[in-house]
Design a protein around this ligand. Structure first.
Ligand code: NAD
Length: 328
């Protein structure tokens, strides 16, 4: 199948080529899919996109005009795709539903530990030959209460890791995971209690109209003063401006984010020669209790292997017109 791979990053190229082993004709482009770049797909039959590509209605129309019938997402999340429009235009769409919940869960816990034990500051200090410990005091994870919002694949792994730290784990989800309750003592509760009692809150729900800005001025005011907030899910779960206010008045004691609501066009790229235009992230970068990674929670060799193999498998299914278990 002739496929244009948008937003091909250096880190994933070898994995895609290995998984493909010359089966499909892959055109690897480093540009993102936008209404300006959609024409590049002309002549192909399918397109593959990553998390920050634009698959809104006007872009899908352009892809359809260019003759594209298949959309293969190299991600689990599909909040960047206008599914209704895609269905109307007759696209078949497949995603990578699970490539490694461990990768993302372990990164969420890495953010917690690095923030708690101030590892980045400590490392910077030591490299300047400053071996003082002042200002580096952390807290025992043991016995702390962690609120997990969303106990799907990733949230469930986070719960299991934190069980190992002897944390008290509160959770919210539409669906209660019986195994987590029975084996790991997870307590499902409502948002009120989770916000009130949690020392750490970590987000693992998808971005939907119901979850957009779930962390806002109102929810922040219900949290324990000094709470640690972790987001490895999607940036717009958090109202960043409200979180900045929370950091300023110390209601939020620590913030660890791998995703940012305006990350598109910023994350995944080297902007070290540019003048930063985004005043919100500039402000976030001034806090020493904020840790930001640029959407790298998934970035392990296991996950990259799985993303590449599932993406090629999805193309195989579409080429043979067979049913695809990963189809949306
Ligand atoms: P999942 O579908 O397995 O789990 C999501 C859970 O959220 C489900 O249990 C669902 O019932 C629950 N949920 C949905 N809406 C809810 C609501 N309004 N209130 C309470 N619970 C709700 O998904 P997953 O694989 O665990 O991934 C979670 C999210 O992580 C993805 O949607 C994606 O946005 C993000 N993600 C980020 C990265 C990264 O690199 N940072 C990588 C993969 C996934």
């Amino acid at each position: 199948m002739d496929t244009v791979i948008y937003s091909t990053h250096k880190f994933e190229k070898e994995y895609l080529l290995k998984a493909n082993s010359s089966k499909h004709n892959l055109r690897l482009l480093d540009v993102p899919l936008t209404s300006e770049t959609a024409y590049l797909a002309k002549g192909a039959t399918s397109v593959s996109i990553f998390v920050n590509d634009d698959a809104s209605a006007p872009v899908l129309e352009k892809l359809s005009e260019a003759g594209i019938g298949f959309l293969v997402l190299r991600s689990a999340g599909y909040n960047h795709v206008n599914l209704e429009k895609a269905k109307q235009l007759g696209f078949r769409i497949a995603r990578v539903p699970a490539y490694s919940p461990y990768a993302v869960a372990e990164h969420a816990v890495a953010l917690m530990l690095a923030l708690n034990r101030k590892l980045i500051r400590a490392n910077n200090r030591v490299h300047e030959l400053n071996f003082s410990l002042d200002g580096l005091t952390g807290f025992d994870m043991h016995g702390k209460t962690v609120g997990i919002i969303g106990t799907g694949q990733i949230g469930a792994v986070v719960a299991r890791i934190l069980y190992g730290f002897d944390c008290i784990i509160l959770a919210t989800d539409h669906i209660e995971n019986e195994m987590l309750k029975e084996k790991y003592g997870i307590i499902y509760t409502d948002y009120e209690r989770l916000y009130k009692e949690s020392d750490i809150i970590t987000l693992h729900v998808p971005l939907t109209p119901a979850t957009r800005y779930m962390i806002s001025k109102e929810s922040i005011s219900k949290m324990k003063p000094g709470v640690m907030l972790i987001n490895t899910s999607r940036g717009a779960l958090i109202n960043t401006k409200d979180v900045i206010e929370g950091l300023k008045n110390r209601q939020i004691g620590y913030l660890g984010i791998d995703v940012y609501e305006e990350e598109s066009g910023l994350f995944f790229e080297d902007h070290s020669e540019d003048v930063l235009q985004d005043d919100t992230i500039s402000r976030l970068l001034t806090f020493n209790n904020v840790l930001i990674t640029s959407h790298q929670a998934f970035l392990t060799n296991t996950a990259l292997d799985n993303i590449a193999f599932t993406t090629i498998h999805n193309l195989d299914c579409f080429e043979s017109s067979s049913k695809c278990e990963n189809e949306l």
